[in-house]
Design a binder for this molecule. Structure first.
Ligand SMILES: Cc1cc2nc3c(=O)[nH]c(=O)nc-3n(C[C@H](O)[C@H](O)[C@H](O)COP(=O)(O)OP(=O)(O)OC[C@H]3O[C@@H](n4cnc5c(N)ncnc54)[C@H](O)[C@@H]3O)c2cc1C
Length: 543
């Protein structure tokens, strides 16, 4: 063994970083290890090698409500240089005929935009937002920010309050049933389904009927990190290092070491061994953690089977077209509605809810569906991401991981598909014809190559199918961050509450690790059960 720490964390994704920062502030000596050359995982901002000064966010970009997360405050990330903006025209769905559906940070403006399509839908949307605001604040937020409860206990406690019961009832439907039964206009229906699809919940899945009203009622919308997404990772590194945490990147890992059934360290690919006296935490996926990193005899056959069966989202993989521009996109529709040129997230190619069925069917066949894409021009909000006068922009599309059953086909196909996306973009923003200085694409296979924990390009690191959520995420026996191996914990997107930039997997894991080590938490880790017993009355206004 080359060195000894209280704990070792595998990976430096933001969840692993959040866990590391809390433990370092607890006085524990912790080391993080990553195969990548820089920390941050999905928080990546890369300089364009052909066009110096143009900086592209190659993984996550839209960070929902990050500034409202408890760890953002506790870890003083503002002091460490993180800065966020939440643009007012947060999302705009632009139609080929020039109309647009607009979602603003100001609910009244959103309702006014919906009313241009249907007055009835505008009233329905407002009613759902009013109804869900207390549910999000008092029921859903505490649940996401705590280790989850066993399903029966969860249902029992939720059943005690009006708000809890309302959530249980709203959840019974699928997102598709929710929009079809509650809204009448096809553009509104498609726009709302997009929000849910964007968060990669299977729109057909019962149990997620609450997802869309919860997103609409959330107090914060999509935000962006000034300086690029990597700036958040850099702020987390500052906090870790300020509290004597150690991070080593560019080190491929071979194995998690166990002794007498307990995780005791890690072996690197060059044979170096690092000892952990207290714990090992993995920010990797269940297959990597239990099948690749642990000897077969270190875990039971049941655990190996469950890890092998952990499933990934069919619809999660993204294809990205990134461009360096001499001017920002100017949308034809902005001639009538100038605000559209300042929209944050722009959706193109979407008009009807049925398009989702075509997208799902194409994913199942491994084919490219007619393009629905969304993206932004970050430099409209942060000039630092390009040289003076220049701009960057990107569009994302959900595309299958394997084309006709073979992910390797992407390498020969992606450039042509990027051209097709650019053509569609140009139909909506004609100035794109002459604005592009450089472009490159990233396929779902490229995602997996960069971040192998995102198996099959699943950027949420595991599906949200009913048996892989909450207490049983990633699988029964390994939920709640503890695993069947003593001293081994999970802390990445494959745990509750799941993928995306929420940091809550790492935040919740920190409370579990310090409790098991008998270390007093310096922060106040919320307990969902306590929060739910304090829930106020609330009424059920929505029919
Ligand atoms: C193209 C794209 C766009 C996205 N857009 C958004 C968005 O707009 N908003 C949003 O909220 N989320 C977005 N996401 C999803 C988000 O990035 C992830 O859900 C999130 O990063 C998962 O965080 P994590 O902490 O689990 O680990 P990750 O960020 O996945 O990091 C895992 C770390 O583990 C390391 N690792 C993997 N395998 C090994 C190994 N064998 N040995 C050592 N280290 C290893 C990796 O190098 C990486 O540093 C996007 C993702 C992609 C790919």
């Amino acid at each position: 063994m080359s060195a000894s720490y209280d704990g070792i964390i595998l990976g430096t994704g933001h969840n692993a970083q959040v866990l590391h920062a809390y433990l370092a502030r607890s006085g524990l000596r912790v080391l993080s290890l990553d195969r990548a050359t820089v920390p941050g995982g999905g928080l990546a901002t890369e300089e364009n090698q052909r066009r110096p000064g143009f900086r592209h966010n190659t993984h996550s970009f839209f960070h929902r409500a990050v500034t409202a997360m408890p760890w953002y405050r506790d870890l003083e990330l503002h002091r460490h240089g993180a800065r966020y903006v939440e643009p007012e025209l947060n999302v705009a769905l632009i139609l080929p005929d020039g109309r647009s559906l607009q979602f603003w940070t100001d609910l009244d403006k959103t309702v006014a935009s919906v009313a241009e399509f249907s007055a009835k839908d505008a009233a329905t949307l407002r009613r759902w937002v009013d109804e869900f605001r207390p549910i999000v604040a008092q029921v859903m937020a505490p649940e996401a920010q705590s280790p989850p409860l066993p399903p029966d206990r969860r249902r029992e406690i939720l059943g005690r309050s009006a708000l809890g019961r309302r959530l249980l009832v709203a959840a019974e439907r699928s997102p598709i049933e929710f929009v079809t039964e509650e809204f009448e206009n096809d553009v509104i229906r498609a726009g709302l389904l997009f929000f849910s699809g964007l968060r990669e919940i299977d729109l057909r899945l019962k149990g997620f009927g609450h997802a869309i009203p919860a997103i609409l009622a959330g107090p914060h919308k999509a935000q962006m990190c000034l300086g690029g997404s990597a700036r958040l990772a850099q702020a987390l590194v500052k906090d870790i290092e300020e509290h004597s945490g150690r991070i080593r990147c560019g080190v491929p890992l071979r194995a998690i070491l166990t002794r007498n059934g307990k995780a005791v360290g890690v072996e690197l690919s060059d044979g170096e061994r690092v000892e952990a006296a207290g714990f090992v935490a993995s920010g990797l996926n269940p297959q990597q953690t239990f099948l690749e990193m642990l000897d077969a005899d270190a875990v039971s056959p049941t655990t190996r089977e469950r890890a092998a069966d952990f499933r990934y989202n069919l619809l999660a993989p993204l294809f990205a077209l990134n461009v360096a521009l001499r001017e920002p996109p100017r949308y034809r529709a902005a001639e009538q509605r100038p605000e559209l040129n300042q929209a944050f997230m722009v959706i193109l190619g979407l008009e009807r809810p049925e398009q989702f069925h075509a997208i799902v069917a194409a994913h199942e066949r491994g084919q490219i569906p007619p393009t629905v894409m969304w993206g932004t021009c970050p430099t409209l909000f942060d000039a630092s991401q390009a040289p003076p006068g220049g701009h960057t922009a990107f569009m994302w599309e959900k595309l299958p991981y394997a084309l006709s059953g073979d992910s390797g086909r992407w390498d020969a196909t992606q450039d042509a598909h990027g051209r097709d996306m650019l053509e569609l973009w140009t139909r909506f923003a004609p100035n794109m014809e002459g604005a592009v200085l450089d472009r490159f694409t990233r396929s779902p296979l490229d995602t997996e190559r960069a971040l192998p924990n995102m198996r099959y390009g699943d950027l949420l690191v595991g599906s949200f199918a009913n048996d892989q959520i909450g207490y049983h995420r990633p699988f029964p026996g390994a939920g709640c961050y503890r695993t069947p191996v003593s001293g081994l914990y999970l802390c990445g997107g494959s745990t509750h509450p799941g993928g995306n930039i929420t940091g809550l997997c790492g935040y919740n894991a920190a409370a579990v690790v310090v409790a098991d080590l008998g270390v007093r938490a310096w922060w106040d880790p919320p307990q969902v059960e306590d929060a739910w017993t304090r829930i106020g009355g609330g009424t059920s206004a929505v029919p």
